[in-house]
Design a binder for this molecule. Sequence first.
Ligand code: SF4
Length: 396
Amino acid sequence: MNSSQLADVAPRERLIKGEKNWWFIGPRGIARLQDEHLDAEGAVLPRVERSLRDQGLFEVPAYDSYALTVLTSTDCNLGCGYCFQNTEQDPSGGNRPPRIAHARLTPETTTSLLEFTDARMAEAGLDKLTILLFGGEPMLNPKGCRDLLSRAADHGLVSASMVSNGTLLTPLLAKELADLGLSSVQITFDGDREVHDHIRIKRSGGGTFDTIIANMAKVSAVTSIRWSLRVNVSHHNHTGLDKLVEQLGEAMDTSRCNIYFARVGDVGVGYENELLHTGLLADSFLRWQRRALELGFTVARPRAQAPCQTCSFREGRFGAVVNADGVLASCWETAGKPGLEVGTTATGYLPSAETEGRWQSCEDFYRFSDEDRGLASFQNTVDAALLDHLSAVGRL
Ligand code: SF4
């Protein structure tokens, strides 16, 4: 595969204003620019752009592996009110919101999805495979996870990651999965201990903060799994996030964790977030990121606007999402949703006339109450401040 294959959904470079200079963020790297490098309209001068091109900053990296996401179980033991797999809020006001239909990955479906993946990889000209174990909660089907990873070894598997709520991840299970290629796990936090325990709550009742932290510590002791910590930000929890960063810093080996903060939106299930993308919120993001860096966490550098390998391309071109029953989806968010199926692993993708309107990408879903332009400007403010900070502390 070469980068020209990405031309239709290529990453877009960004130019954002920092405190003392401009930051150019290209698909391949970041450069510092001054006012004299821009014209009166704020565009990069042609000679400067040529120089950035010569440095390779505009080059679009080609995908070197096929990205397969597999839901191993659509069930979940938690009842988060904002979950995009809820079909509505719990009518009784409790923590058991109705979810997408039950499905569980079986050995037969694994056979079918690996055959399907072989064909997609051949078409994409890729011989390496990465797998994302997804749910529901993937650890509700540990056998399915083990079976998939062990059999994928013969289909080019080079690495695997998992999105898990962390409550069921035992050291034994993590060790088995790590031996089969699992190298990183994404875990979400929803506020400091007290607030998290009200939001990320078990369907059977009870908080999860201490269990997650204890499981991560035990798993870290027996594997080299790295952690990606997602911190949801909403009007419910933002005042406690300084405390959360301290709690995580105390409990974790921060050198094995990256952390990022994301404003959680409503996917249409009635979970509204009243927190707007204001300057005050941008200040909070920067404060959390700076403290996380001081504590030894990794905070990812801002990136160019990149397509999603899995859902920005149709018909499984560079990646695919497979529900636990073998039904194909356009992205994580549509998996298991009636009327949004785009095929099955056994029969392939449906004809395009039947799937028009079903090719939705993850970013299509989240509704925020302020405008897109406000969101972009918020992101630019946060990213410019982070780059200013990384530069000031000599980490850029
Ligand atoms: S843990 Fe994840 S899958 Fe489970 S309810 Fe919460 S958001 Fe949904």
